[in-house]
Design a protein around this ligand. Structure first.
Ligand SMILES: [Ca+2]
Length: 571
């Protein structure tokens, strides 16, 4: 098919007209109608892309994509998001790019990673793979789409979607893999098993199909992942093909491990405690324009706890004994150093893009897989945990420590709760995108987004295709929406609400409204995020009809996606 320039202009104009028309029609319609309208728009956008591709415009313009994911990083852990932690390279990315304040994940590592990788909500089609295998045989990955579109693909760091063939990254669309297949590992020596209190599990670590079992002195995973990504960038720069690299750090997930030289910068910095830290971050978030303090209050210290596995009370700092306080400080010092070390690595990765002349044609995206982590061992694990860590300074290779409830709550300032919860502290992540010439630099977006949006975004960036079939299996429809217009500064209204379920925690976000069900509260709460972003005033009793409608939408979604059975381990 040969298309003249005037036909191309006409096609693009008609697509834009349809977009505007759809937006005005969509306003005020039920969300299912909005989905249908959005699908019409997406289909028309796809036609536009195909026209551009056939004219040779898109093929020449396809950017590289570098997707960086941190692990258990809190909402306010970066300098560009109000932190005291030194993160100059991510701050640079924010200065040169766009920051999001309402970007969501699924609240925990593995469910976020499957959604990020597939554009789907987790747990679909339980018959296609075991309950623990969230990446089913009928699902398409970001690597599959990018590779089929002619991109060099690589995944570095954490995978967490299966350790055996055919579930490894190299089986699922990534030509190159270096990292840990299952959760987190010892940062200095990934071959060391987890400590006894944590189950003693060995974490498989591979380079492509080769199991890696020995690591040299001075090894540190965060650095190794940075260096591996740099190697891929340098090799890809020699090639005609664009690249898609997914760089997944395990930092700053527990265990708290970091080289000693990085801790010194943070010694004594946390002596005022987590409540003061949280207040300071809140004030900086406001001064940076990321929150409006008139509608986003600083939520209170968490004082409730229940039998739910991840429900914690945060003790008042002033009431802690001096010895306990000092150990708490050490944990936060090491955690800050882990974030700092990750930022240093990202600085070298960004420098490699600059050195090889790739920076101008690379989309860099950074986000975290879930909120800051408050986890501590189960009551029956405490004695062994304390015995295992006795006499070992925090950060040392021999120890295995958690950040704990106080700091795990503080790093999510200004939000409530932490990892696994569906309050904002569990599911909201910092998100930065840089794309020179396309993303307006130094801007902030308050539009809701979700990790399910990354698949349609990647399809648009790569001019790739989402296959209808994998082998004998029809592929499920993508749930997310492309972020590319939003990257460019175009404001969008989401066609469908966003839904969440994890371990009995539930939520639905539709426009300004959010309905939340806490695993311990066991009732629906309603928040107006436009006037109360940190979920401090429950309006369920004021708007019972809205509660009912959103609860029905959540139940329909849960039944459709197989998310009704979620339970926390041990509950
Ligand atoms: Ca995580």
């Amino acid at each position: 098919m040969v298309i003249s320039p005037s036909q191309l202009v006409s096609a693009v104009v008609s697509r834009q007209s349809l977009t505007c028309q759809n937006r005005s029609i969509a306003a005020g319609r039920p969300w299912i109608v909005r989905i249908l309208l959005a699908r019409v728009w997406l289909a028309s956008a796809a036609v536009g892309l195909a026209l551009q591709a056939s004219g040779g415009l898109m093929a020449a313009a396809r950017p590289n994509i570098l997707l960086i994911v941190a692990d258990d990083l809190g909402f306010s852990d970066l300098g560009a998001y109000g932190s005291e932690i030194r993160t100059p390279h991510l701050d640079r990315l924010a200065r040169e790019g766009r920051r999001y304040t309402q970007f969501y994940n699924n609240g925990v590592c593995v469910t976020t990673r499957v959604s990020l990788m597939t554009g789907l909500y987790p747990r679909q089609d339980p018959n296609l793979g075991g309950e623990s295998e969230l990446l089913k045989r009928n699902m398409v990955t970001l690597g599959d789409v990018a590779r089929a579109a002619g991109f060099t693909t690589a995944l570095t760091g954490k995978w967490h979607l299966g350790a055996e063939a055919p579930q490894r990254p190299i089986d699922r669309g990534f030509a190159e893999f270096y990292g840990v297949l299952s959760g987190g590992c010892n940062y200095f020596d990934p071959s060391r098993p987890d400590p006894a209190f944590y189950g003693g599990k060995r974490r498989p670590f591979m380079h492509n199909e080769r199991l890696v079992t020995t690591f040299p002195d001075g090894y540190y995973t965060t650095d190794a992942f940075s260096e591996h990504a740099i190697g891929v960038i340098r090799r890809a720069a020699e090639s005609e093909r664009p690249f898609f690299i997914n760089l997944n750090y395990t930092a700053p997930h527990f265990p708290l491990h970091v080289p000693r030289e990085d801790i010194e910068r943070y010694r004594g910095r946390y002596a005022e405690g987590y409540e003061v830290l949280r207040r300071r971050r809140y004030e900086r978030l406001a001064s940076l324009g990321l929150i409006d303090p008139s509608v986003t209050l600083l939520s209170d210290r968490e004082t409730q706890s229940s039998e739910y596995r991840y429900d914690y009370t945060v003790a008042s700092w002033e009431k802690l004994e001096v010895v306990a306080r000092r150990r708490e400080e050490e944990r936060m010092e090491v955690y800050a150093a882990m974030v700092d070390r990750m930022d240093q690595g990202i600085g070298r990765v960004l420098a490699a893009l600059d050195d090889t002349g790739q920076a101008e044609r690379t989309v860099v995206i950074f986000l975290s897989d879930n909120g800051g982590c408050a986890s501590v061992p189960l009551p029956e694990e405490w004695a062994q945990y304390e015995a295992d860590n006795r006499g070992i300074s925090v950060g040392n290779e021999e120890g295995y420590e958690f950040l704990g409830p106080g700091w795990g709550w503080a790093v999510n300032a200004p939000f409530r709760r932490f990892k696994t919860w569906t309050y904002e502290g569990g599911i909201c992540t910092p998100m930065i995108v840089r794309w020179p010439g396309m993303v307006p630099p130094g801007t902030i977006s308050h539009a809701p987004g979700h990790v399910i949006d990354l698949m349609p975004t990647l399809i648009e960036l790569t001019a790739g295709e989402y296959p209808k079939q994998i082998g004998d299996f029809p592929t499920p429809s993508i749930e997310g929406e492309s972020l590319v217009p939003s990257f460019k500064g175009v404001s969008q209204t989401r066609a469908a609400p966003l839904f969440f379920e994890l371990y009995g925690n539930r939520a639905v976000r539709d426009g300004r409204w959010k309905l939340v069900w806490g695993a311990s509260q066991r009732r629906w709460e309603l928040y107006d995020l436009a006037t109360d972003r940190s979920e401090t005033r429950d309006l369920a009793a004021v708007h019972p009809e809205r509660v009912k409608a959103l609860a029905i939408a959540w139940t329909e979604w849960a039944q459709r996606t197989g998310n009704v059975r979620g339970r926390a381990p041990g509950t």
